[in-house]
Design a protein around this ligand. Structure first.
Ligand code: PEP
Ligand code: MG
Length: 576
């Protein structure tokens, strides 16, 4: 019989599929106290389960690639950190050793304790972090159960299914999405959760807080998930299905409308051309960039080659990757960024300094590359060789002052001489650019413009350094916003300095591909945006609705704002 379950919107869209229930890990644990002689064995059990959970997270990380991996790795990191949290581990050990709890009971007790702390928080966002605790403990309990019952985790999705669970970890969702999952309904959770954020970026419809979902539904029940109307319909009627088909037609038409933009120019309403570039690492990114009509690659992050394997990639390995990128773009310009290891990007080859107290403020990016001239030269040679196959620009990350650019240029010159001696083909002049992501580089940008052929603004890092707010720290969301007046003024300074020096300036941080910031960036005078290729059509569509002259006319008002709230108000007014 038809039944409607209400929930809360976490990610837009509709989906029709069979239910696949994942019951929450049973907390029905053995509560009998341990005898003294059982304690050591139980501790071993517990730690083996913790290790299995850590291993699972590592494996999940290995299975994900590209932009998705970047997004999900953050969540995996958060869960891994929890699993290694000294206080939590000590608490668990004490429960077993002193309280004589069995491993499962200790995990449940610890979960209840931490959950109570999070529940008591006023901030709904922080309250939603409780889910992370639930998901991590559920993972360990399920590992514990597998040790004794060899029960397989029931998470391999079949195509055409809608997952119904109490809560789902982001890493699991990413993996299931790759296996044909259509949508997600959870009985708890919030629209602020990591999973909800991920579902939105995966384009997977999701409903949270559908309280009775797990008790009312059965495996294989047909469900129409209608996130547009905050409901999931069990056993939908013909009328429901007609509504679904109408939605599908409308969504397909919108998709086609956007697809038509693939070959369209990127132009504002008043006829100003804007260049859209792609942030691309994988062959799939490159193919998408081409298919969606990117004007080139604005950011190729080479550290992926170094993070993927143990040991350093050889010159030939790097050359092949860069050459294939250049060939893949079929004559469009490609911007290869030299190695940006350090801070949160630790390498397997052991280049990154260990034990820095503040790695984000430490030896990262070009600072690290210049400490290893031999390693850097290998990369430079590979880039020079690849540049014979099409137009290449070289971008240097984390530049603070001109001498770094001068040193990089010198290394390029020496590598050229070396290659020439080896009679290897060489490209003509290669433009060398600086990333603007250190406040000093932005403030003193004119000094860099004397030595750089172009600039690329990395707002992800620039924002964190200007605001002294870690880009990965959820607790600082109210500070880490791209609408901060201080950031706007710096962007404006960099863009206008570049224009005066007649050197191209692009922006390749996440806001470049976020349509919420397109008007603001155009107002500040930006005309080269680099973004994940999946965003190209939306941004092109957005640009076409905006009037460049009007936006530019409001730049001064935006730059006079004192607070990010005020900037947001002005933007809302401008964007209409
Ligand atoms: C940035 O900092 O904005 C940027 C594009 O570089 P990454 O995200 O790789 O640090
Ligand atoms: Mg950066």
């Amino acid at each position: 019989m038809r039944h409607v379950m209400a929930g809360m919107l976490a990610s837009h869209g509709m989906a029709l599929g069979r239910a696949r229930l994942v019951q929450p890990s049973r907390y029905a644990v053995d509560t009998r106290p341990l005898a003294e002689h059982e304690i050591a064995g139980e501790l071993e059990h517990l730690h083996r389960a913790l290790d299995m959970a850590r291993q699972e997270l590592r494996e999940l990380r290995g299975k994900l690639h590209g932009a998705l991996a970047r997004e999900v790795n953050e969540f995996i990191d958060a869960h891994s950190l929890l699993l290694d949290d000294a206080e939590m581990l000590r608490g668990l050990d004490d429960l077993v050793k002193i309280g004589h709890y069995r491993a499962g009971a200790a995990l449940k007790k610890q979960r209840d304790k931490l959950a109570a702390v999070f529940e008591a928080m006023d901030d709904p966002y922080l309250r939603s972090r409780r889910e992370d605790i639930d998901q991590v403990i559920a993972r360990v309990i399920s590992a514990l159960q597998r040790q004794t019952s060899a029960e397989e985790r029931k998470l391999a999705a079949r195509v055409g299914e809608i997952l119904v669970a109490d809560t789902i970890a982001p890493a699991d969702m990413a993996q299931l999405a790759g296996n044909g999952l259509l949508g997600v309904v959870t009985s708890s959770g919030s629209a602020y959760s990591h999973s909800a954020i991920l579902a939105r970026s995966l384009g997977l419809p999701m409903l949270v807080g559908a309280r009775d979902a797990l008790s009312l539904l059965h495996d294989d029940d047909l469900i129409l998930l209608d996130a547009e109307h905050n409901e999931a319909i069990v056993h939908p009627t013909a009328q429901d299905l007609a509504r679904y088909r109408a939605w599908q037609r409308q969504a397909a038409a919108e998709g086609r409308r956007l697809a038509m933009l693939a070959n369209a120019p990127t132009r504002t309403r008043d006829g100003v051309d804007v260049r859209l570039l792609a942030n691309a690492e994988t062959p799939a990114d490159v193919a998408l960039a081409r298919a969606r009509g990117a004007d080139g690659v604005g950011l190729y992050r080479t550290e992926f080659l170094f993070l993927r394997q143990k040991g350093l990639p050889s010159e030939d390995e790097q050359f092949i990757a860069y050459r294939d990128l250049v060939l893949g773009m079929g004559g469009l310009p490609v911007t290869i960024r030299t190695l940006d290891l350090g801070a949160d990007k630790a390498d397997a080859a052991g280049l990154v300094m260990r034990g820095e107290e503040n790695p984000a403020l430490g030896v990262r990016g070009v600072r690290l590359s210049l400490r290893y001239p031999a390693v850097f030269t290998t990369q430079i040679r590979a880039i020079l060789r690849a540049a014979c196959y099409g137009p290449v620009r070289v971008l240097v990350p984390m530049v603070t002052q001109p001498d770094e650019l001068i040193a990089v240029r010198t290394l390029f010159k020496l590598a050229r001489q070396e290659l020439k001696r080896e009679s290897i083909d060489l490209p003509e002049k290669l433009p060398l650019g600086a990333m603007i992501e250190v406040p000093a580089a932005a403030i003193n940008v004119r000094a860099l413009l004397e030595h750089a052929d172009f600039l690329a603004i990395g707002t992800n890092d620039l924002a964190q350094y200007v605001l002294a707010a870690d880009r990965g720290n959820d607790a600082l969301d109210n500070i880490y916003t791209p609408l901060q007046p201080a950031l706007l003024r710096l962007l404006s300074h960099v863009i206008s300095s570049g224009r005066r020096a007649r050197k191209p300036v692009s922006l390749c941080g996440e806001i470049g591909g976020d349509v919420h910031f397109t008007a603001m960036l155009l107002a500040l005078g930006l005309n080269e945006f680099s973004m994940h290729p999946s965003q190209l059509l939306q941004v092109r569509d957005r640009v076409a609705t905006l009037d460049h002259a009007t936006l530019r006319g409001h730049a001064t008002r935006l730059l006079r704002a004192y607070t990010h709230e005020h900037v947001a108000e002005l933007l809302a007014e401008l964007a209409g």
